[in-house]
Design a protein around this ligand. Structure first.
Ligand code: FES
Length: 105
């Protein structure tokens, strides 16, 4: 039977790297939590082009640059913005409640 999605606590906002991408392990998933200029967003951390963890890349508050081949993604929407990245990041619905980042998963 498939489990219904619920809001799950991920990490305290106070533990995020301010203005940067923070790696968080959730179960067996490697996630990236972005402190964007427009709020907190969450995606799977692995680049859609290869085996890089995007949290190791450069983040300017909107775009995350892959550390391996410099593919670029919009951390607010997941959209691929520069080659060789062509497939969008899978984003996870997120919110902040009582100082905690929560994900709907
Ligand atoms: S692994 Fe990320 S752009 Fe190639």
């Amino acid at each position: 039977m498939k489990r219904e999605k619920t809001w799950q606590k991920l990490i305290a906002v106070a533990d995020l790297e301010k203005g940067d991408a923070t790696p968080v392990t959730f179960g067996r998933r490697e996630l990236a939590v972005y402190d964007t200029r427009d709020g907190i967003t969450v995606s799977f951390a692995r680049c859609t082009h290869g085996a890089a963890n995007l949290c190791d890349g450069y983040f300017d508050g909107i775009h995350i640059e892959c550390p391996l081949h410099q593919g670029l993604f919009d951390a607010r929407t997941g959209a691929a913005k520069a080659a060789p990245a062509r497939v969008a990041l899978k984003m996870i619905e997120a919110r902040v409640e009582d100082g905690m980042v929560q994900i709907f998963i």
